[in-house]
Design a protein around this ligand. Sequence first.
Ligand code: SGN
Ligand code: CA
Length: 687
Amino acid sequence: MKELKSTHFFLITSLLLFTASCNSPKPRSTDKKPNILFIMADDHAYQAISSYDGSLNQTPNIDRLAKDGMRFTNSFCTNSICGPSRAVMLTGKYSHINGHIDNNVTFDGSQQTFPKLLHEAGYQTAMIGKWHLKSDPTGFDYWNILPGQGQYYNPDFIENGERKRILGYVTDITTDIALNWFDKRDKEKPFCMLLHHKAPHRNWMPAPEYLNKYDSVDFPVPETYFDDYATRGEAERDQLMEIANDMYNSYDLKLPPINKEDSDYLEATFNRMNDKQKADWEKAYKSKNEDFINAHLTGKELAVWRYQRYMQDYLACIASVDDNIGRVLDYLDKEGLSENTIVVYTSDQGFYLGEHGWFDKRFIYEQSLRMPLIVRYPKEIKPSVNDKDMVLNLDFASTFLDFAGIPIPNDMQGRSLRKVLDSDTPDDWRDAIYYRYYEYPGPHSVKRHYGIRTQRYKLVHFYFDVDYWELFDLKNDPLEVNNLYNQPEYSSLIDSLKIKLDDLQKEYNDTTGDQFLPMPDVEVENLAKNCTVKLAFPYHKKYQGGGENGLTNGICTNEKGLGNSGYSAWQGFEGDNLDAIIDLGKITKASSISCGFLQDINSWIFLPRKVTFYISEDGKNFTLISEIKNEKEDNKLSVTREIFKADMQGQPARYIKVVAENIGVCPEWHPGKGNKAWLFADEIIVK
Ligand code: SGN
Ligand code: CA
């Protein structure tokens, strides 16, 4: 638009154009459409990129991009967790609009996404690496993705629907696949590639060549590592993401396992290595682990050691990411593609590297809210650091469409960054960002919250099972340890921030904040309530569904809540049948008996193959009263709850036996095929 500003004629024409199609991008019909290479790592903290902060590591290849492009320091996500952030990027819409509020949801791939719009406009589109949205990718000519979180060593990939295991290290393989696709692509068409690395996601397994890279480095311990969360609330105190307390010894810290849970966790990652890989791995950790064991560390020293080990592995994973970005940039140079390709480097969110004592993300605080963002496009972007404009992952979709000359749909909620990238930020650029996090109850137990961040302040409300606010002054308290919300002198500031928050919720249509709350469990009166239960196979201690007599405690899952209820009422059996005898206490003439079962295939939970009900007067001789086969055995419904019910016709009985047959192992078509399947039972109800 710059070249048009000089004459009245052009000014008027451009104004007319502007009013005719408010949201249309600047057409540059003479230009060749730019290619788009959207590189994303998983959980890559900006603290671990040397152009942001060189105190931890060096990332020379990511820095190459930063040197020639625009690097943002105020780039943020709207919901700091993997699946939701990716869904926001694809759709240009907030989680409450695109529906992907947390990692439990299956992405609705039928909705509008920027790859689909680019594809319709003649782009060749490819999605390679971590996807994590559960449904198959849509809008891509080619996709080759990791199932779920993916594995570091010898990962499985699903190539346009076909699953294969590939020998090697995930970051290298992901890059190989990308370069291979570049070679084979139709060179007449512009491309858009989403190149999404798994690394450096938990459990931070470095490549063989980097297993000892940081052994002799002593990383600076963050100032807030021993944060006591004073002035803040339950959410900060009750989270389960402390390096000192919540990491597994073997799985996370690569020490010898100390209990069964620890070794079970490790098995899934270690057992897929081949002999050579296992030998390299054991050799690399052996002597440093021995040193650790002999040192008998406790207390703060142990906490610091755990931080150091975390940093060594996490940063070693990033070393491979950086090398592989170098390979891709070299390829673009060699093929003459660098000039006409927009290269983006980002992460799905930020990550804690010991700040507040934490790993993981989820909170609205700076380290997990802020995403690294570097954009290189020599044709339009001058090398610079943008440390003022607040930009969002919500803006990516509109930005890509704008650069490609495709009209930006009115229902996208982000704004194109094109002018910002041209160092010509619109005067009405946002002065506050809106955030909401939902995944609670859930992994790491970070409570639900929403809030806003302005250039200087952050206002947060934690809700659902708590109700409190926080205010931080980022200028005077950049470490966010001093919650000012309850200090009277801030009350008028708080009022004005609440108005702003309210305005943003209206603007983004997030005005029914409780629509995604998990449904509370319900209480059901019945004859079996509070009766004792004897199980032939124990329930798994992770999913206790009320414990010992949980199947008769009267507490039932809410049918609308299902998997979203946090599994509080479900009792889980891993690979085993539910085989329960309940004692009604006296001979009773009941009319019916029922039990509810869950299917949640993404969590490897399947309905039973069949359920059999028996009755007995003495607890020894049981009579079969009903055998119910699962009519939907072959269904692939992602989440469903079925009640299996038998008619007792008033026959006298004191004991009732319920046997629900676990399908055993995950079926052929399932990503977990061959692994133990879960059976989840709800309440046994006798009426
Ligand atoms: C797994 C990890 C968590 C992580 C979530 C979400 N545990 O559950 O530490 O927070 O994924 O990560 S693990 O034991 O399986 O490694 S996300 O990237 O998908 O959002
Ligand atoms: Ca992530």
